[in-house]
Ligand binder design. Structure first.
Ligand SMILES: Nc1ncnc2c1ncn2[C@@H]1O[C@H](COP(=O)(O)OP(=O)(O)OP(=O)(O)O)[C@@H](O)[C@H]1O
Ligand SMILES: [Mg+2]
Length: 259
């Protein structure tokens, strides 16, 4: 079965299960879908529970990073392997900003109304972008599963500590060249533009650079794909210049990537 079909099937099963559960009214201490610690709402907790029931994870160790729009959790699977859970927050989601990265992408022609649905679609979009990278062997965080607002990935790092990103690491001329090569491969092979590329969204591992945070990634046919690509190239160029390295003219890189 294709990964997307698998996802749809699992999502359908989860939805069905949650629907049946809500019909039986569970008294679990949650009131009117209130959020816990201002972050996880009842549906998210139930989705986590469902991931455990489906044996995708065994347990959750805790929060690794808290962002404005997502939180990263460290979980463990049944084989003791570390897993990263990226949980998109429904409460702080900015609908407008996200819609512009979805509308116009030929892969996502239909958007169901409502912030919650858009957040689910956003998680699915990151999953799908990561799959497209994996299919082309482009170094990126390996996706495992997606359901509602939770994206399950391999954990990049050790003992719950993520690998260093470019901004946290020493960088060299070779890293600049590798970054440009990744942008090019993403465009030419995965047919994607990252859309939020910067020194904060690239891991520097002992096996080389690795892309992550691909939720903003768009198909190269998205009407703004080239604008996003220019911005990505500019961000990267500025970062390496700040670190005292020599970079090519961003316009030439744009030509190189798109020609
Ligand atoms: N698969 C992973 N394994 C380990 N750590 C990860 C993984 N994915 C993300 N992280 C960590 O979580 C942080 C946030 O992840 P990401 O950049 O995907 O989310 P974000 O929505 O951009 O968050 P923010 O609002 O903080 O920018 C990263 O900087 C990284 O340290
Ligand atoms: Mg990020």
């Amino acid at each position: 079965m294709l990964p997307e079909k698998i996802v749809d099937k699992f999502e359908h099963e989860t939805d069905k299960k949650l629907d049946t559960q809500s019909k039986h009214k569970i008294f679990d201490g949650f009131k009117n879908n209130k959020t816990i610690n201002e972050v996880l709402d009842k549906t998210t907790i139930m989705t986590l529970h469902d991931l455990i029931n489906k044996h995708i994870i065994s347990y959750v160790n805790g929060v690794v990073r808290s962002g404005k729009e997502s939180q990263l959790f460290w979980a463990v699977d049944k084989n003791g392997k570390d897993i990263a859970l990226k949980i998109y927050l429904v409460s702080t989601s900015s609908f407008k900003k996200r819609a512009s990265y979805i509308l116009g992408d030929p892969r996502f022609s239909k958007i169901r109304k409502g912030t919650r649905n858009l957040v689910y679609l956003w998680a699915k979009k990151e999953f799908r972008n990561l799959i497209q990278c994996v299919e082309r062997a482009i170094p990126s965080t390996k996706p495992i599963y997606v359901t509602k607002n939770i994206l399950v990935m391999e954990f990049v790092g050790k003992n719950g500590v993520p690998e260093k990103t470019l901004v946290e690491a020493e960088v060299s001329q070779k890293d600049y060249e590798s970054t440009i090569s990744l942008i090019k491969r993403l465009y030419k092979e995965a047919k994607l533009v990252h859309g939020d590329l910067s020194e904060f969204n690239i891991f520097k591992t002992e096996n080389g650079l690795m892309l992550f945070d691909l939720a903003s990634g768009v198909d190269i046919h998205h009407p703004n794909a080239h604008e996003f690509l220019k911005r990505d190239i500019n961000n990267i160029s500025k970062f390496f210049v700040k670190r005292g390295l020599t970079v090519a003219n961003p316009a030439d890189i744009f030509e190189l990537v798109t020609k």
